[in-house]
Design a protein around this ligand. Structure first.
Ligand SMILES: *Cc1c(COP(=O)(O)O)cnc(C)c1O
Length: 387
């Protein structure tokens, strides 16, 4: 072991002592809301493939076709030679889907958030940045990279946000508000109409992360911001969840996108997304607006699960979407229930602090339109047995 490995081992031992050590294990998504892991098949309540599109023949076909036609790599970053006609056409299609003037592709959602915030905040020096307490790690990373100290408002508490805007935002040169539209660990939604009104009243820039809403909520599955044209200044989202493949977008005004093309390091210095990824996204954008029956089914599976858990006396917080937290409380209890469910052929990951607040360790249950009501009933019955 090198001297470096000794240092890594010491840190890993400390992580293990806190009960937080993690390791990777192989799995592969299967049809009907199933997943295979260690040669066993489970009903999967842990993946974000909400519409089951990762296994859809149309996405697979177009990803393959575009690879055969254009190759496996874009060859360079976007401003050099990496922009193909397919990139430009796809960005137009994303903007039409999101009902914005323009859109840009990014390699991943994490990269988009981490890179866009420092670029934006360069144009808003000394801005006061107001963030929902539960925003994603990538948004924290973006704020840190921009060197700003977040002013955090209580989760979805807009009275608190307004109070902070008045106290801390009045004498600053600019203000920015950052939230998600569907929260990844709680499955509850932001009130974008109210947020947009608050942002306008306080001259604040509003940035919304639609990672878990894209494909699932809003008109034609275009996310909650699509119901509010001009209500949100910058929307980002990912193609890696309900959209079934990979990559991400940032959507907003033409001037905003032109600014990012000229200033955003994560866009400028990263190789353009490859044809297979573009093909899968293109096919998903053709199909998703018409998947209204899948979205209706997904919503009713969510209601069925929340009702079932309520019958067991388990709290699901303010969840109203395809993400349903079964709040257990103590980390070791959540882990024990998750392990007993796995023995029964059900995969439901336990989420513990620091990812969620103390005493709210939970199973994060993520539903798929390819689940059946019987799968939900089986899950609720198994949770009842495990408690
Ligand atoms: C998953 C997620 C991201 C990151 O998107 P990727 O494309 O997976 O990198 C960003 N924000 C939120 C809220 C997410 O849940």
């Amino acid at each position: 072991m090198s001297v470096w490995d000794t240092l890594f081992s010491e840190e890993l031992r400390r992580t293990e002592a806190r009960g937080h050590l993690r390791a990777l294990s192989g799995a592969s998504l299967a049809p009907h809301g199933r997943i295979r892991r260690n040669d066993r098949e489970f009903i999967d309540f842990s993946s974000n493939d909400y519409l089951g599109l990762s296994q859809h023949p149309a996405l697979i076909a177009r990803a393959s076709e575009w690879s055969v036609r254009m190759g496996t790599g874009a060859g360079a970053s976007r401003l050099v030679t990496g922009t193909s006609d397919a990139h430009l056409a796809l960005e137009k299609k994303i903007a039409a889907f999101k009902q914005t003037e323009s859109a840009l592709l990014f390699a991943t959602g994490w990269q988009a958030n981490a890179a866009v915030l420092p670029a934006l905040l360069k144009a808003l020096p000394e801005a006061a940045v107001f963030t929902d307490k539960l925003i994603h790690n990538s948004l924290h990373h973006g704020c840190a990279a921009a060197g700003v100290r977040q002013i955090r408002f209580r989760h979805n508490d807009y009275d608190h946000l307004e109070k902070l805007l008045e106290e801390r935002g009045a004498n600053t040169s600019a203000r920015m508000i950052i939230t998600e539209s569907v929260f990844s660990m709680d499955g509850d939604v932001a009130d974008l109409e109210r947020l947009s009104a608050i942002a306008k009243a306080h001259d604040a820039f509003l940035l919304v992360d639609e990672a878990h809403a894209t494909g699932v909520l809003g008109p034609g599955g275009a996310g909650l911001s699509a119901a509010l044209p001009d209500g949100v200044d910058l929307v980002m989202g990912t193609f890696s969840k309900a959209m079934g493949s990979f990559g991400a977008y940032v959507a907003g005004s033409e001037r905003l996108c032109a600014y990012l093309i000229n200033t955003c390091g994560g866009f400028i210095y990263s190789t353009a997304p490859p044809p297979a990824v573009l093909g899968a996204i293109d096919a998903a954008l053709d199909i998703v607006p018409g998947m209204e029956s899948e979205r209706t089914k997904l919503a009713s599976l969510g209601t069925r699960l929340r009702d079932g858990l309520a019958g067991l006396g388990i709290h699901t917080g303010a969840s109203s979407t395809q993400i349903v937290p079964a709040i257990i409380g103590e980390p070791r209890d959540a882990l024990r229930v998750s392990e007993s469910l796995a023995q029964r052929g059900l995969l439901a990951t336990a989420i513990r602090p620091p990812t969620v607040p103390a005493n709210t360790s939970r199973l994060r249950l993520a539903l798929r339109a390819t689940h059946e009501p019987a799968d939900i009933d089986q899950l609720v019955a198994a949770i009842a047995e495990c408690l």
